[in-house]
Design a protein around this ligand. Structure first.
Ligand code: FAD
Length: 453
């Protein structure tokens, strides 16, 4: 613990990453105050009519298991062991995610948030200040000021350390932007997303296989669906904001119905509330944010989306944020529990290349999901890779597995993925690849390329 300063820590933003970080810090003995703009998710229905779910995978589970919370998280999650692709006529193609039957887990955002707050509640050294919107952070004085929505009055306080886990549009990051040599970039995709819903079957249960992530890939746009434990699915339509196709082209019920009939006929049959969902739910944007450094001395540190918001196509935003917390904790241990300036700088410098790598891979995966998964050559390529991975698990670990089912650094996963892509590009040029992919000839060629590159 820092002997010169006290141990009062503010965590701005009590979302998923803020709560996990608060739990790690409290376990190391810090006195943690979580300041959250919204109400307590255990008492308020924050997403009335909306159930946003996320894919939790190995990195996120690693952090949760350190907090002893992996089992309870898994108890409210649905395993998804592969992608189920739906073509325009409703034909299905299944692709397992892992070579050893591994799964990613669909989990409700609010349900997970509640689990984390419940875990914090009995700890005497964490307190949550809900309904407090932070409007101002002074990084030099370590001062936080804002507005208390319940008492209808301003508040301000100083802390020994401030962590900003207040998401992609972070107020804490805005304060860091005024410091010298702070780099920042943001970029939006041309595509947005809208959440829709498949309700449970009439007698309860799921209308389609809950143990797969469903994808309706259509080139320039796609629909996906993840199961909820109540029998429903949360669907997300990703599409350009404007153009053909585009959200701006669907203006009334008739246009909506004909669009779904033509493109997602089997999904349309499962969505009795499509009309209300489509026109009542917002169309939201997809942003990538990078900044550097994430800290100002050892006064302020960003974590989670506040420092590295990424597009959701690798299902790694929350997982990478949980990994931030775990890596921070490991470093804190190395520094004997002292939140020193050196430690803050090391954390920022070591995480940024990795979060940049997953940001890039997430955008690449968007192209793969919407274009590739509908392409027969892509599916063949995946089958060849899958065969290689099953037969030679030490030599060929697919990039997807490294990112999703391991704790290998994102930079390493990206580098290995690039090498594998170069090899597969060469193999796929084979003139008779479709006929001979299952032959020892191709296998030997791949093995030679693996060992020579
Ligand atoms: P947030 O979840 O944004 O939480 C920030 C918190 O700070 C909120 O509670 C907010 O109310 C609070 N706050 C904000 N401003 C203030 C303020 N001024 N004062 C006080 N409090 C404030 N990730 C995955 O790992 N897997 C997935 O499958 C996945 N799917 C996704 C699908 C979509 C469509 C999107 C958009 C994202 C997805 N993500 C996924 C990413 C994931 O949602 C984020 O990475 C994750 O929520 C980041 O958590 P966070 O706590 O850093 O930020």
């Amino acid at each position: 613990m820092n002997s010169k300063r006290g141990n009062r820590v503010a965590v701005v933003g009590g979302g998923l990453v803020g709560c996990v970080h608060a739990l790690f810090l409290a376990k190391r003995g810090f006195d943690v105050t979580v300041i959250e703009r919204r109400g307590d998710p255990r008492r308020e229905n924050l997403y009335a009519g909306k159930s946003i779910n996320l894919a939790l995978s190995h990195r996120g589970l690693t952090a949760l298991s350190k907090l002893g919370l992996d089992k309870i998280a898994l108890s409210i999650a649905t395993p998804m062991r592969g992608r189920m692709m739906h073509d325009e006529t409703g034909n299905l193609t299944y692709q397992p995610y892992g070579i050893n039957n591994e799964a990613i887990y669909s989990i409700g955002r609010i349900e997970l948030n509640r689990v984390l707050i419940d875990a914090a509640e009995p700890m005497p050294n964490i307190r949550f200040l809900f309904n407090r919107k932070v409007n101002y952070v002074n990084v030099y004085e370590r001062l936080i000021a804002g507005y208390d929505e319940v008492k209808k009055e301003d508040f301000s306080d100083t802390y020994d350390y401030i962590f900003g886990s207040d998401g992609a549009y972070s107020v804490v990051r805005q304060a860091l932007m005024k410091t010298d040599r702070f780099n920042f970039s943001q970029s939006y995709l041309d595509h947005g997303y809208k959440e829709l819903r498949i309700p449970p079957a009439d007698g309860g249960g799921h209308r389609i296989d809950p143990n797969a992530l469903h994808i309706w890939p259509r080139g320039k746009y796609m629909l996906i669906a993840l199961a909820n434990i109540d029998g429903s699915f949360t669907c997300t339509l990703f599409m350009p904001f404007s153009g053909d196709p585009g959200f701006d082209r669907i203006k009334d019920a008739q246009q909506l119905e004909s669009f779904f009939k033509a493109n997602f006929p089997d999904a349309l049959d499962l969505m009795p509330n499509l009309l209300e969902d489509y026109f009542e739910n917002p169309t939201s944007s997809l942003i990538t944010i990078r900044c550097q450094p994430w800290n100002y001395k050892n006064n302020v540190m960003l974590i989670g989306d506040a420092s590295h918001a990424i597009v959701p196509f690798y299902g790694q935003g929350m997982n990478s944020g949980f990994e931030d917390c775990n890596e921070f904790d490991k470093l804190l241990k190395k520094y004997n529990g002292e939140l020193s300036e050196e430690m803050f700088a090391e954390f920022s410098a070591s995480r940024i290349p990795n979060t940049n790598a997953i940001a890039e891979m997430a955008v690449e995966n968007y192209l793969e999901m919407r274009d590739g998964t509908a392409n027969p050559m892509f599916l063949l390529r995946k089958r060849i890779e899958h065969k290689m991975a099953s037969k030679y698990p030490d030599q060929w670990i697919p990039k997807y597995s490294l990112v999703t089912f391991s704790n290998a650094s994102y930079s390493k996963a990206q580098a290995i993925g690039r090498k594998q892509a170069r090899i597969m590009d060469k193999i796929m040029l084979h003139s008779k690849i479709e006929e001979i992919w299952d032959s020892p000839e191709i296998e030997n060629e791949i093995l030679e390329l693996v060992s020579s590159s």
